[in-house]
Design a protein around this ligand. Structure first.
Ligand SMILES: *[C@@H]1O[C@H](CO)[C@@H](O)[C@H](O)[C@H]1NC(C)=O
Length: 734
């Protein structure tokens, strides 16, 4: 409680054990410095003693050390937030602001309409005055199927929303809810639940049937005037703006079955023309910002991806506790919730839960100025998203914001507003440069958030124990790797962009936050040092040249300390975030695979792009998997399935290490060899051995598995040949 009896709407707590952690960090840093000193002072004189290999190790270790320092910015000062929603309702229930919710979808096949409407229904059913909620679906697929599904959802909402309110349903995505409450033995299931479930199942069937036919029947078409807009539609990339206000919150007839008002519901497919760049999701979001400013103009905007259901009906109120706090609220531009996933399995073979990022690193960012904008599960002030600079005098008068309303009828609105979503609207305007989401970067969200923070605003990371949003994580290895390629490529592009956290942000945000951003932007260059470390020491092992201190040397100690401290700390962190030991081991494998494939390709693509060679594209990650694939996912078997250049690299690296390991092990087991290996090359040998161990699932996929998710045998042959070539040519070199 403040001295004047003022009760804040939210509270910020610092993490416990900070002093201990900082001491530990300092001790590791001393170890890293000792390693650097050792490397610099012990460079071999002659090439044949491994001089060049040594210098490379120096470079790699210098990079690892530097990068480790950056990641400490994400851990140094972690904070946790909690909200007081009861105080919010006591003080502000009458003047709660309007909230506009954007749901973005891009492809009716990859993102099935049933999933999309579950997300839409989950956010329509927020525990919030419905007349103040507006939900916008942006369909970049321009699909009449998605529109049809949304139309069905708008009817179903009339039953679902009152039911949610009456029975205090959680979570409010119907599919998730029925999934959880689907207990055939539960005789207490009320009549109403049975009825609602039947309605839902029928709706789902109709949508799935339409999807199977891949078109909307004439009979359905004739039922709603909205379908007429598809007559001018020629393809996903070439069509007029399609705007349909399915539920108009102003309409006195728009009531649910109990006679309560419904939230506004709008479908938008912005105009697409092959000759104009559509700027992917950023373009869609900007069209939505403009469109919504004329329809509902809520001062708060929430955006979610179409796979990301709300799992907590109170999240809007949570977010408002930050914005509406009388003392600190005015400096907060956005409130980011973590991305959590409903489909990660226990041991997370693809490390897709982003556990450490959501449970540790973002709390660290929050402690030094605020998390980055993650592109989904984030509440924004409309003002700041539209480019407003921060000023101390700026205070929102929430009660004045709810009045603005257009008088046009729905028809007129639909007709008059279409221009706002035209494919050329942005041209020669500040949109995409200073207003809205920024264009030209594969991670438009991060750069947008950074630009907002550079304008002086703070952001907040709110991670309640009951998760607010649940999405779908990639469930095959190629998907996971492609996703990380996009992220790491985008990060590196931000570093070189106008809004570089290294240069532009200098003096605008705190140094720690700059470092934190850089740690993300520098994902991709990690590939070089990691590749070096996974190949060169093993090859030198083959030649009997030692690149690490002997076990009896005092220089061995810093190596042993840094390596074990880093991994034990990493494991502890992982377990603390709720992971398992096997999950940690799997995350180490993914760490390796991401760095040696996704990051490598991202790095090369970015360099090529900087040199003016290539254009980057936007790949949507698959949200559905066929039966076979899901079963393997359940059993935690890695899914490779195809032969991509990424897998060629991964298998070749794995084979090189296997060859080196087997050859050296054989030598070591014969005669005196074992003592020599133990004394002079133990670290190198252990490193090679761990790489072999961690690659075990890959060897399985190459040689042992028979299912469809294995690696093709052509790739096995190719990687063996490449690995042998590498080993032989390296041996000949010396
Ligand atoms: C999602 O919501 C349900 C219902 O309230 C809850 O039981 C579950 O724990 C939530 N999920 C997560 C991951 O928090």
């Amino acid at each position: 409680m403040g001295s004047d009896g003022y009760l804040p709407l939210f509270e910020t707590r610092r993490a416990r054990g900070r002093v201990l952690y900082r001491l530990f960090v300092v001790s590791v840093f001393v170890g890293i410095c000792l390693i650097w000193i050792y490397r610099v002072s012990h460079i071999p004189r002659k090439g044949k003693d491994g001089k060049w290999g040594w210098i490379g190790m120096l470079g790699a270790e210098f990079w690892f050390g530097f990068y480790w320092v950056l990641t400490q910015a994400l851990r140094w000062n972690q904070v946790y937030r909690c909200t007081f929603k009861d105080r919010l309702s006591q003080r502000h229930e009458k003047e709660l602001p309007k909230v506009d919710i954007f749901v973005c979808t891009a492809d009716p096949v990859i993102e099935p309409p049933v999933m999309v409407i579950n997300t839409v229904l989950s956010v329509m059913a927020y525990d919030y005055p419905p007349e103040k909620l507006s939900v916008y679906l942006s369909d970049d697929g321009g699909s009449d199927l998605t529109f049809y599904a949304l139309l069905e959802a708008s009817h179903f909402a009339k039953h679902w929303l009152p039911y949610c309110k009456k029975s205090k349903v959680e979570p409010r995505s119907p599919a998730e809810y029925f999934n959880l409450s689907d207990d055939p033995l539960d005789a207490n299931q009320s009549k109403e639940l049975v009825f609602i479930k039947k309605l839902y199942d029928e709706m789902e069937n109709r949508i799935k049937n339409a999807a199977k036919l891949a078109r909307i029947s004439e009979e359905l078409r004739s039922k709603h005037r909205g379908f007429s807009q598809w007559y001018s539609y020629s393809s996903q990339r070439n069509h007029d703006t399609i705007l349909q206000i399915l539920i108009d919150g102003r309409d006195p007839n728009a009531k649910d079955k109990d006679g309560f008002v419904l939230p506004t519901l709008v479908y938008l497919a912005r105009e697409k023309r092959p000759q104009h760049h559509h700027n992917f999701k950023a373009g869609a979001m900007n069209a939505l910002i403009r469109m919504s400013s004329e329809i509902s103009n809520g001062p708060i905007i929430l955006n979610v991806d179409c796979d990301m259901c709300s799992n907590n009906s109170h999240s809007v109120r949570d977010a408002l506790c930050f914005f509406m706090d009388e003392e600190k609220g005015h400096e907060i531009a956005f409130v980011q919730f973590p991305q959590n996933f409903k489909n990660v399995n226990r041991n997370e073979i693809y490390d897709a839960s982003l556990r450490v990022m959501t449970e540790v690193e973002f709390h660290g960012l929050d402690g030094c100025g605020g998390p980055s904008y993650g592109g989904t599960g984030c509440f924004h002030r409309r003002d700041t998203l539209c480019g407003r600079k921060f000023s101390k005098e700026y205070k929102t008068d929430w009660s004045s914001l709810n009045g603005i309303r257009r008088k046009d009828s729905v028809h007129e609105l639909e007709k008059n507003l279409k221009g706002l979503a035209s494919s050329t609207y942005d041209k020669n305007t500040p949109w995409g440069k200073e207003m809205g989401l920024l264009y030209g970067c594969p991670v438009e969200d991060v750069i947008t958030g950074l630009s907002i923070q550079c304008r002086g605003w703070k952001s907040v990371y709110f991670n309640p124990s009951k998760k607010a949003f649940l999405g779908i994580a990639p469930s095959t290895l190629p998907d996971a790797l492609v996703q990380h390629k996009r992220w790491s490529e985008g990060g590196l592009q931000i570093l070189f962009s106008r809004y570089s956290p290294a240069w532009y942000a200098q003096g605008k945000i705190s140094l720690a936050l700059q470092m934190g951003y850089c740690a993300y932007c520098l994902w991709a260059p990690n590939c070089l040092a990691t590749l070096y470390y996974t190949v060169i020491p093993s090859l030198y092992l083959l030649n009997g040249i030692s690149l690490f201190p002997q076990i009896s040397s005092p220089w061995f100690i810093p190596f042993a300390y840094v390596i074990s401290a880093k991994h034990i700390c990493g494991l502890a962190e992982f377990l603390w975030c709720g992971g398992t030991i096997l999950g940690w081991w799997n995350s180490q494998r993914m760490w390796l695979y991401k760095r040696t494939s996704s990051y490598l390709f991202a790095f090369m693509d970015t360099i090529l792009k900087l040199l003016g060679f290539a254009e980057s594209g936007f790949v949507i990650s698959t949200k559905i998997a066929d039966e076979d694939v899901s079963q393997r996912y359940e059993k935690e078997i890695m899914e490779f399935g195809t032969s991509t250049p990424m897998f060629t690299i991964l298998s070749t690296l794995a084979m090189i290490n296997l060859v080196c390991f087997v050859v050296v092990l054989k030598e070591a087991l014969m005669g005196e060899g074992i003592i020599r290996v133990y004394e002079t090359m133990s670290l190198q040998f252990v490193l090679c051995g761990i790489l072999v161990l961690i690659n075990f699932p890959l060897y399985q996929a190459l040689f042992l598995r028979k299912d469809k998710g294995k690696l093709p045998s052509s790739l096995a042959a190719k990687s063996i040949v490449l690995a042998l070539l590498a080993c032989i040519s390296f041996t000949l070199l010396y």
